[in-house]
Design a protein around this ligand. Structure first.
Ligand SMILES: Nc1ncnc2c1ncn2[C@@H]1O[C@H](COP(=O)(O)OP(=O)(O)OP(=O)(O)O)[C@@H](O)[C@H]1O
Ligand SMILES: [Mg+2]
Length: 373
């Protein structure tokens, strides 16, 4: 493993509570896609250490994640990532109370690596083991650490129930989060995820992988009204999404206007594409707020999570939507949006608290919808 590629997450001033006397310590392990990550988080919301080993440079030349390469890279990295996570927290495995790892959904070769490492540690030490649903990691991390509209650490504002926009590389769902393991699906994409749309449009423009961050950055210097992109389903009732039409519109336009493109063209194209994604998200969330199940549950907080939650335009549009509807807006800090071990450790702690530990051997799952928890 290339030591230079290990990213030690700087927790800055993200401090949790100090109220409880002997907090429970959880070691969380994430390996479902192209990040090998581990973190130690305590039940007082403190992140003691957090390491992310990103494989992005290994996949960049292929324009996307290659599952077989990802699985091998996880094997090479996992021991060192766990070892350094313990060392940086000043802990040994004996100090850990609970071991948690992603058990799906994700690329199964990678999931197996992290899951087997966690299972081995739990068996060897007799510690309880939690099988974390990766999407539940994204969904619950705002309760570990979140920024609310006034810029403070508002994780305590993210109380159940909350309305969640989960937008990641593989998923795009609106969920009513009633509690740990209690998810009601309000809407979801019928085709691509929002993250996939960002990645594919970036690829068409030759902007590399992953596409979301670069499109976000380019869009900041562009005119969102320069090109006309469709807003699929926005004239229809309901809360479902469809992004394939936006992607096809991009492809068709670029076929008629091939490269080379000016910097201005690329910026305007990114801004116009992004604004159509933002409009779809806001339109669908607006409908979700009128859904009878949501009205009955009366969530106080609107939350965004998943890698796409890093997007500046989506964050500010959702913040406005929440304010217009008398809701609090909360989002995880940037470094807890994309895949990370801290979200798995936190979901591990939340599940451990309600007794949801592994009692007999389980098989990791490539598909594992939140509604099946
Ligand atoms: N600033 C941004 N704007 C838009 N999209 C972004 C931004 N930053 C990252 N992304 C997108 O987030 C996605 C990665 O998110 P994440 O790590 O949560 O996905 P994943 O783990 O691959 O998918 P899943 O969680 O559904 O299994 C990528 O598609 C990436 O382009
Ligand atoms: Mg993810």
């Amino acid at each position: 493993m290339n030591e230079e590629k290990i990213i030690v997450m700087d927790m800055g001033n993200l401090k949790g509570d100090e109220s409880l006397e002997r907090p429970t310590l959880c070691l969380g392990i994430e390996s479902s896609c192209d990040e090998t990550s581990a973190a130690i988080v305590d039940s007082n919301r403190n992140i003691l250490s957090h390491i992310i080993y990103s494989q992005i440079p290994e996949h960049q030349k292929f324009g996307g994640v290659v599952p077989e390469l990802a699985a091998r890279a996880h094997i090479l990295a996992i021991d060192e990532v766990i070892k350094q996570t313990l060392e940086r927290a000043g802990k040994t495995i004996v100090d850990i109370d609970v071991v948690a790892a992603t058990a799906g959904p994700g690329l199964i070769g990678g999931v197996l690596v992290g899951w087997m490492a966690a299972t081995g540690i739990a068996h060897a030490t007799g510690k309880p083991l939690v099988a974390v649903n990766h999407l539940e990691g994204h969904a619950l991390v705002p309760r570990l650490c979140a920024t609310v509209a006034d810029g403070t650490n508002g994780s305590t504002a993210v109380e159940f129930p909350y309305l969640l926009m989960l937008a990641s590389g593989g998923h795009c769902q609106i969920l009513l989060v009633r509690g740990v393991g209690q998810y009601e699906l309000i809407g979801q994409t019928l085709d691509d995820s929002a993250g996939e749309a960002f990645d594919k449009v970036a690829k068409m423009l030759g902007l590399g992988y992953p596409g979301g961050p670069v499109v976000d950055k380019r869009a900041q210097g562009g005119n969102p009204k320069a090109f006309k992109f469709p807003r699929p389903l926005c004239d229809k009732p309901g809360c479902d999404f469809s992004f394939s039409g936006i992607k096809t519109a991009a492809r068709t336009f670029l076929d008629k206007n091939p490269a080379p493109h000016s910097e201005e063209f690329i910026n305007d194209f990114c801004a116009s594409f992004q604004s159509s994604v933002v409009d779809c998200i806001i339109n669908r969330l607006g409908n979700a707020m009128q859904d009878q199940r949501v009205i009955n549950a009366a969530p106080k907080t609107l939350v965004v999570a998943g890698g796409v939650a890093k997007n500046s335009a989506i964050r500010s549009a959702m913040e406005k939507l929440a304010a217009d509807n008398g809701m609090i807006f909360a989002a995880p800090p940037m470094n807890l949006c994309t895949d990370n071990g801290a979200m798995i450790a936190w979901a591990g702690l939340e599940n451990y608290k309600i007794g949801n530990i592994v009692k007999e051997p389980i098989a990791p799952r490539p598909r594992w919808p939140l509604t099946e928890l």
